[in-house]
Ligand binder design. Structure first.
Ligand code: 3PY
Ligand code: MG
Length: 245
């Protein structure tokens, strides 16, 4: 079953962000058995060449690769999907116009205007019709709700056709909230507002969390969690292993 179908079926999914710029990180983290991996090009030095090799490593491990794009720009979305990603996670989508542009960039006609070409996803020109049909069935389009503006317009955002997942970024949402002294709600209240809207709109929701216990709790309400990153787990493991004797 494709990752998109699992998301649609609300099958509980746990993934990890990958920011270490090497396919070796994919191989190491894949060994832990995540349901998907999310290669993070927003907060890492992973460029297009390396991105392709890291997606290849995910394919070899049999684990679907999402790519968190550097931006909501069409060329960043096309680069990830052409390289063979199962889907894209777009950071900082705060208005319906941007969400609609993301869907247009990620989907082939008639839903969007993604360009067809001799990419890895199209087996280098050998299978353009097949790749278009596969994309229509399987490409995951996910947006991050991680600004106060996004929560304020969350119902409008989620009304944009073609979205598969709304992913809450508590880190950036908290940073944005703390820069707005006029706003009296807590971070938890904002997250609650966003999640209630996803439930009302019947759009699957996910969230980032740094630790296992929080993840266990979120999975009682949501079916999609990204639990830390490779660098985060490496630092924690190293701190524990190298604690003073
Ligand atoms: C955030 O918390 O801001 C994130 O982007 C996590 O994915
Ligand atoms: Mg963020």
């Amino acid at each position: 079953m494709s990752l998109r179908d699992k998301i649609r079926n609300h099958q509980p999914l746990r993934g990890i962000f990958l920011g270490l710029p090497t396919p070796m990180a994919v191989e190491i983290v894949a060994g832990a058995g995540p349901d998907f991996l999310c290669i993070d090009t927003e907060h890492s030095p992973i460029g297009p060449d390396l991105l392709t090799d890291m997606i290849r490593a995910c394919d070899l491990a049999g684990i679907p690769a999402l790519v968190r794009t550097r931006s909501a720009q069409a060329f960043d979305i096309a680069a990830a999907l052409d390289a063979g990603a199962a889907g894209v996670l777009i950071p900082h989508v705060s208005d319906p116009e941007t969400a609609a542009a993301v869907v247009r960039a990620a989907r082939f006609p008639p839903e969007g205007c993604r360009g067809a070409g001799p990419a890895r996803s199209a087996k280098y020109l050998r299978d353009i019709p097949g790749s278009i049909a596969r994309a229509a069935r399987e490409t995951v389009v996910a947006i991050q709700i991680e600004t106060v503006a996004a929560v304020d317009r969350v119902a409008d955002l989620l009304a944009v056709p073609g979205l598969d997942l709304a992913f809450i970024g508590p880190g950036d949402l908290g940073v944005d909230l703390s820069a707005r002294p006029e706003r009296e709600e807590s971070l938890e209240t904002l997250i609650g507002t966003a999640l209630s809207a996803t439930e009302a709109a019947q759009i699957p929701a996910g969230i980032f969390t740094a630790d296992r216990e929080a993840s266990r709790n979120w999975l009682k309400r949501l079916a999609f969690v990204i639990e830390g990153s490779d660098a985060m787990h490496l630092s924690e493991a190293t701190d524990t292993a190298f604690a003073p004797l």
